[in-house]
Design a protein around this ligand. Structure first.
Ligand code: F0G
Length: 361
């Protein structure tokens, strides 16, 4: 399985694609060992798999390189998705690379700036829906059933095929060892499903010999999967009005909920919710203790880990991998809103010394 250039296509033999891929070098993201963050949280061994280092700034590239390649293989020449932002950015870019039109449906006013900028610049037809993500997803499913348009939300199995390579890479980067636990944010619940599939495939092939506990984190204002795990319900109860600062995971009716519940239960994992305050605190910790800049949804993984360690659910001896799904620059406005403002000073050394040291000399 070793190749010169680490990427999703390193694992081509395990991906159901026949043709030349539509690729911009996705995958091969860093797995950082995070000792300062581990110490603050109170566990021995913590890694962060920074999916924000993908070419469009989120893990969605892994699913889209496979999904858009499959669209061409099937002779589909228009693609569409609903999105909280990252999926639309990735689809716009892979569609541009493939040379086919892209249609994206976004919840109006609830998509981070960087994501909309990407969808617009790369030439997608951007529709801002007066409704939330769940409304947009229902509409794009109807549209794709009525027209010859290929749907590239994570209901599409080829998206999950691409994203399962996160599991492959983690094992690969740890020397074919599997961590005790993988912690990640959950929105539409595709990624947790896909990563679990990746780990199971490696084990079945005899490449690895164990499986991680899959641990999904949701925002407190948007946590149907957490509620189902905690109550033991066989299915989720959708939430009508999901709300969180982590707009990427502002989803009340996750389309892959059933598979995600199975992944969590089969792996003896768990699910937990975190408040917006906990998310924003974890975002700062990642940035300031480890130099890892992530968008709020991604920080939910670290916030959830901290909460589960504090609760005694996760033991200090576990080896944990947190997945940070999207880059800080995806959502600059939230950063501006939560960080201390720049100090404006006159252009002379006295003013600068005063601003830094509190006095001029
Ligand atoms: N983190 C980020 C940054 C995301 O953009 C998403 C999903 C998730 C986590 C959750 O992943 O849906 O597989 O459980 N974003 C989708 C989108 C919904 O449209 O970009 P999931």
């Amino acid at each position: 399985l070793k190749t010169e250039c680490p990427s999703v296509w390193k694992y081509a033999k395990l991906l159901p694609i026949e043709r030349e891929p539509v690729t911009i070098r996705e995958g091969g993201t860093p797995l950082y060992k995070c000792d300062r963050l581990a110490e603050k949280i109170g566990i021995k061994e913590l890694y962060v798999k920074h999916e924000g280092m993908n070419p469009t700034g989120s893990f969605k590239d892994r699913g889209m390189t496979v999904g858009v390649t499959k669209a061409l293989e099937l002779g589909m020449n228009t693609v569409a998705c609903a999105s909280t932002g990252n999926t639309s950015a990735a689809l716009a870019i892979y569609g541009a690379k493939a040379g086919i039109p892209v249609i994206v449906l976004l919840p109006a006013g609830k998509v981070a700036l960087g994501k909309v900028a990407q969808a617009l610049m790369h030439g997608a037809k951007v529709l801002s829906i007066r409704g939330n993500f769940d409304d947009a997803l229902a509409l794009v499913r109807t549209l794709c059933s009525q027209e010859k348009i290929y749907l590239l939300n994570s209901i599409n199995p080829y998206r999950l095929e691409g994203q399962k390579t996160i599991g492959f890479e983690i094992a690969d980067q740890l020397g074919f060892k599997v961590p005790d636990r993988v912690v990640l944010p959950v929105g539409n619940a595709g990624n947790i499903t896909a990563i679990w599939k990746g780990f199971r495939e490696f084990k079945k092939l005899g490449i690895t010999d164990s499986l991680p506990k899959m641990t999904g984190i949701q925002a407190a204002g948007s946590c149907p999967i957490v509620n189902a795990i905690k109550s033991g319900a066989p299915e989720i109860t959708p939430e009508e009005n999901p709300e969180t600062v982590a707009t990427a995971i502002r989803i009340g009716n996750p389309v892959n909920a059933k598979k995600a519940l199975a992944a969590i239960r089969e792996s003896s994992g768990t699910a937990e919710s975190v408040t917006d305050e906990e998310i924003l605190a974890a975002q700062k910790d990642l940035a300031r203790l480890e130099g890892i800049g992530v968008e709020p949804a991604s920080a939910a993984s670290v916030a959830g880990l901290k909460k589960l360690v504090d609760m005694g659910v996760i033991s200090k001896d576990e080896t944990v991998v947190c997945i940070t799904t999207g880059h800080l620059l995806k959502d600059p406005q939230t950063v501006i809103d939560v960080c201390e403002k720049p100090t404006v000073v006159d252009a002379n050394i006295e003013a600068i010394r005063k601003a830094i040291f509190g006095k001029a000399e």
